[in-house]
Design a protein around this ligand. Structure first.
Ligand SMILES: C[S@@+](CC[C@H](N)C(=O)[O-])C[C@H]1O[C@@H](n2cnc3c(N)ncnc32)[C@H](O)[C@@H]1O
Length: 231
């Protein structure tokens, strides 16, 4: 039987004007992340020092009740959650998840760490009080769909907490990001020109806090699913 090669990319319109952008498929992202997993902790710890300092603590300390973390990677947020949190995480890459399980064992932290796709969450509507994502929306192939899923699974009044690297509002910085973006997308499945603020209000969230730092590249966001809204 003739087997056609699987597509590795698809086209999507971005919210930055009407530009079309080539995006890796979910299978390709999984493969890239599986290959990245053994070196992820070493590499991200450098960026945590220079760009993301305090971001994990800021996000996780606000998480309450039934908490879902999407695109949880190697579980680097696990040490920062409070003891009262009932934590579930999902991650696309089995290799990343295996490292997260080791970290969970070392920390003795209660949590359910699962394989899953943030674009198609397995959870019922209105299951969580808080959804967390750090440095994940830059990699998830369809970030708009993933944010829509977080809205669906949040209870009315629940909070979405994010820490992401985003498109800078500074023109010179953004020009550099635009030049690097095709390489970052191709080799790391990492989109440099995204910003969750493009989607949050259109999907029904009320944005309560936005903190920007590092030439506008780093963004922390707290957004609420309004009480009384339906999924
Ligand atoms: C840059 S890493 C960030 C990991 C972690 N959140 C952190 O803060 O260190 C991006 C992660 O998103 C995961 N990811 C990408 N697409 C996903 C999807 N559709 N569903 C779940 N996880 C996904 C990747 O496998 C990878 O572990």
């Amino acid at each position: 039987m003739l087997r056609l090669p699987q597509p590795r990319y698809w086209f999507a319109t971005t919210n930055e004007g009407t530009r079309m952008q080539l995006r890796p498929t979910t299978d390709r992202v999984r493969r890239i992340q599986d290959e990245t997993a053994p070196s992820y902790d070493r590499r991200i710890s450098f960026f945590e020092r220079v760009l993301f300092g305090g971001g994990r603590r800021w996000v996780c300390e606000q998480a309450q009740g039934d908490v879902l973390e999407i695109a949880a990677g190697t579980g680097r947020n696990l040490p920062f959650y409070g003891p009262g949190v009932r934590l579930t995480t999902i991650e696309l890459s089995p290799e990343m998840l295996a490292i997260a399980h080791r970290r969970q064992r070392d920390l003795g932290r209660q949590a359910e760490l699962k394989l899953g796709d943030a674009q198609e969450l397995e959870f019922a509507d209105e299951s969580f009080d808080t959804v967390v994502c750090t440095l994940g929306l830059c990699t998830i192939p369809d970030d708009h769909r993933a944010i829509g899923e977080t809205f669906r699974v949040l209870r009315p009044g629940g909070t979405l907490l994010l820490m992401e690297h985003v498109r800078s509002p500074s023109l010179p910085v953004r020009a550099v990001q635009r030049a690097l973006d095709p390489l970052a997308v191709h080799f790391e499945a990492d989109h440099l020109l995204r910003d969750p603020l493009d989607h949050l209000e259109r999907l029904g969230f009320s944005v309560e806090t936005v903190l920007r730092s590092k030439l506008g590249i780093v963004e922390r966001v707290a957004a609420r699913k309004p009480a009384g809204s339906t999924s």
